[in-house]
Write a protein that binds this ligand. Structure first.
Ligand SMILES: [Fe+2]
Length: 820
């Protein structure tokens, strides 16, 4: 069942702002949301970025206040308060001449509560103000025309609305300091008195410096360049780009900043017409008739750190009933402007968080889309083949690589192409040229090449703990050793001249809080050999082990567990989910996956892929290894603790990073569900269909349960599991490949018998080159980092746990999605 636009707008949020409005108004909202969405699709990150400064302090309602009795603005009332200054169009450069904003958030709680104990999202009211007494349009109809207009069309609007120019002249400022400006709410709110709630007033706010000095920073009208609604930085202006932010922060921290909050009141009249004029945001109220009255003093004395400030969402709609935002029904009413702006703010906040606007605010034109199942076809036979996108088909636009992905990677550099002319040398050029070189020794140094002790037993243990194939230790009882790592290749046929033990097992003893390698046992050509440190063949045994490990790392840990395991969820998701809000959570983590897997079918694991080419296993053997891995994985039962060491080992950085990452993602997912649960349930049919596809195409062994999503808790688990594998686990197994695999002497994915008749040294050399080049490329495409593109909450949660994650994986290597 596909929900209609009306259903989406109505049922999901129940928000009055998008329910009780005329269809034309809904259309405008939907269009604006779509524009935001498209910008994000192109830019691949949030459409708006806020650069601002947030200060914390105390708001104190003045004692001799002269307004009708009010619940909040009552003499002597004190509250914690936030004031945020920013440039209204969001420019990061303060020297670009723009309107300047001040947002006041009055918080619940006792004044003087320290920052650590305050809940900054717990507001009483948000008061959004900016320079200039008026806003330049007076209803949603004209404002949305301006927003959507080209420069030529805007020039025409300037003629149609002659007020625009003088109003912009008052808005755009070149100030010395944020603290020397007057800030106006421009639009009108509703004020209800505590004495007589039936008596209503229209309300406007103003914020000024407590020194009551005049407003500053006006520009010469002749400098305006409308329809450009700002002025670029002047060539002779050498002020630092954050001069206003710095100034404000210093003033707050040094002596504190004092403001006065003022209001104008005007009784609501019986005349509709008079009220419409009073609410017209292009008309300033006569100050002689409606003077600004002092309401409260604001003292600011600390700056809120950016990582705490950034996730906060301010909105004029955040107001109690007795200071309410006035809503409109029609796009022609003067109240529609603030009504619309409050929604635009919300969409933009959603964009910051999830990179797409909330489903309930947008009509994505779902009626016109081709059936999802036709454009996301499965490969092969369900239950037999890997549940993945059929690579014969083109990728649908929804999952096609974004320009930034192409630019970042040069995906086109794999496989090798003829070297381009030198003048074209760029990211892709470098990689092309590297691939022309004859030997891996020209490649950039990797970890093992930089370690003179790379063949030591200590390093051997360290790499098993923290290298590219983590989580493989199993505790054993009643042996001289306590842990083993075992690779079993008995089922797999080895190529002629290839050397791969049928079984190989490394054993480790636990000594205090450290692991030591005890011995390695392997079956090769029908004989079982055990080597211990010091034996003549000890280095050979370790080499055999590293080679087997490499094959299992690439096939099972990297491709199986992350790329292809997650593709089964991605396919079920893309084929069925279009409007469910779960999209906001999952889709940013699936970016690039179908693309790389389609590509990977030919360059990694298919017939021409690196693993079948460079290792002792051919493509059928590789595929059966992949299937074997995927048939054991179930999101219901898996948790990083299932593979963690049972004892504390000092240099076991993987387990502690994995557990921290899991917990981070759990709380991130939990918060998302708390906010979006109603919407998720309202469109549960999409999840039901996703579940059916997942089950129908799974390779999971029946005795290991089902992948079905029976309820919202299952869905939550699935999200944690998918996001963990897309971000942390893939980042670990992918970005560490070059550490070991970039050095043929240290770890080769294929070992070859030089006495065998099928042995061809030139061919082997090529395999070595191929290995080093491919693991270099895979380890160096660093697109979509969490700390860059993740939503602020996720970034913040990871940042807080960095001490546990970083010894194993630097946070800058933590990516949002599997895209390489
Ligand atoms: Fe990968």
């Amino acid at each position: 069942m596909v929900a209609t636009e009306k259903e989406i707008l109505n049922c999901l949020s129940g928000d009055r702002r998008i329910v009780d409005i005329e269809p034309r108004f809904q259309k405008i909202i939907s269009n604006i949301a779509k524009v935001f969405g498209q910008v994000a699709q192109v830019k691949g990150r949030r459409a708006t970025h806020s650069f601002g400064s947030l200060a914390l302090g105390k708001l104190e309602v003045i004692k001799d206040i002269n307004i009708p009795k009010h619940r909040i603005f009552s003499p002597g009332n004190q509250f914690p308060v936030l004031v945020r200054h920013a440039n209204i169009k969001g420019f990061p450069d303060d020297a670009i001449l723009d309107g300047r904003g001040a947002t006041v958030r009055i918080l619940k709680g006792a004044p003087d509560t320290p920052l650590a104990s305050l809940k900054l999202a717990d507001y009483i009211v948000d008061i959004l103000m900016s320079t200039g007494r008026c806003f330049f349009m007076n209803n949603a109809a004209s404002f949305s025309r301006w927003v959507a207009a080209s420069m030529e069309e805007r020039a025409k609007l300037l003629v149609e609305f002659p007020k625009i120019k003088p109003i912009f002249h008052e808005i755009i400022r070149n100030p010395e300091s944020y603290t020397k400006l007057y800030y106006y709410s421009q639009t009108t709110y509703l004020f209800k008195s505590a004495e007589d709630p039936a008596k209503k007033y229209l309300l406007r706010y103003r914020l000024i410096n407590a020194d009551r000095a005049s407003d500053t920073g006006f520009i010469d009208e002749s400098n305006l360049r409308l329809p450009l609604d700002y002025l670029p930085r002047l060539a002779k202006d050498f002020r630092p780009p954050n001069y206003l932010q710095q100034d404000f922060r210093q003033r707050v921290l040094q002596k504190g900043v004092q403001y006065i909050l003022q209001i104008q009141l005007q009784e609501v009249s019986d005349s509709l017409e008079a009220n419409e004029i009073a609410k017209d945001s292009t008309i300033a109220w006569d100050e002689a008739k409606y003077p600004f009255r002092d309401v409260a003093t604001i003292g600011l004395n600390s700056i809120v750190p950016d990582e705490i400030a950034e996730p906060l969402e301010f909105n004029a709609y955040h107001a109690p009933d007795d200071l309410a935002l006035i809503l409109a029904y029609s796009i022609k009413e003067t109240a529609s402007i603030n009504h619309l702006r409050s929604i635009v703010y919300e969409i933009s906040a959603n964009m910051r968080k999830y990179q797409v606007p909330s489903a309930e605010l947008v009509d994505w034109g779902i009626d016109n889309q081709p059936p999802l199942k036709a454009i996301f076809p499965y490969f092969g036979t369900s239950g037999k083949d890997l549940p993945r996108f059929d690579p014969q088909y083109d990728l649908p636009p929804r999952v096609a690589p974004k320009p930034r992905l192409v630019a970042n990677i040069g995906l086109n550099t794999i496989p090798a192409k003829p070297a381009p002319p030198l003048q074209l040398l760029g990211i892709s050029g470098v990689s092309d040229i590297i691939q022309q070189m004859a030997t891996p020794q020209v490649m950039p140094a990797n970890l093992s090449r930089c370690r003179p002790d790379k063949f030591s037993d200590t390093f051997f243990v360290e790499r098993r703990l923290n290298g590219f194939n983590p989580g493989k230790f199993n505790r054993v009882e009643k042996k001289d050793w306590q842990y083993v790592i075992r690779y079993d290749c008995r089922k797999h046929k080895v190529k002629p001249a290839g050397i791969l033990p049928a079984v190989i097992e490394a054993r480790f003893t636990l000594q205090g809080q450290s692991l030591q390698v005890h011995s390695i046992q392997y079956d090769l050509n029908g004989a079982t050999t055990t080597n211990c440190p010091g034996d003549a063949d000890w280095e050979w045994a370790k080499r055999l082990f590293r080679s087997a490990e490499f094959i299992f790392q690439e096939t099972q840990a990297h491709l199986g567990r992350t790329h292809l395991n997650i593709e089964q969820y991605a396919m079920a998701y893309y084929r069925n989910v279009i409007n469910n809000p779960i999209k906001l959570l999952l889709e940013p983590h699936l970016e690039g996956l179908l693309n790389i897997n389609k590509l990977g079918a030919s360059i990694i694991f298919g017939k021409t892929g690196i693993i079948p080419q460079a290792s002792a296993l051919d493509e059928q053997q590789v595929e059966s290894l992949l299937k074997e891995e995927i048939s054991q994985l179930n999101y219901h039962t898996w948790h990083p603790s299932t593979q963690a060491l049972k004892d504390f080992v000092t240099n076991n950085f993987f387990d502690r990073a994995a557990l921290a990452a899991w917990q981070v993602i759990e709380s991130y997912v939990e918060t998302f569900f708390k906010n979006q649960e109603a919407g998720i349930l309202a469109l549960w049919s999409e999840i039901e269909n996703m579940s059916q596809d997942l089950v129908a195409h799974a390779l999971l062994k029946p005795k290991l349960g089902t992948l079905a999503i029976a309820n919202i808790n299952d869905l939550k688990k699935l999200c944690v599991y998918v996001i963990y594998h897309c971000s942390f686990l893939h980042s670990w197994v992918n970005y560490k490949q070059y550490e070991d695999g970039g050095d043929i002497d240290y770890a080769s994915i294929g070992l070859w018998d030089s006495h065998h008749s099928a042995y061809n040294p030139v061919d082997i050399l090529q395999k070595h080159v191929q290995q080093v080049v491919i693991v270099w490329t895979l380890s160096n495409v660093r697109y979509n980092p969490v700390m860059e593109n993740g939503n602020p909450m996720l970034k913040d949660l990871f940042w807080r746990r960095r001490d546990e994650i970083q010894p194993g994986l630097p946070l800058e290597l933590l990516m949002m999605s599997i895209h390489i």
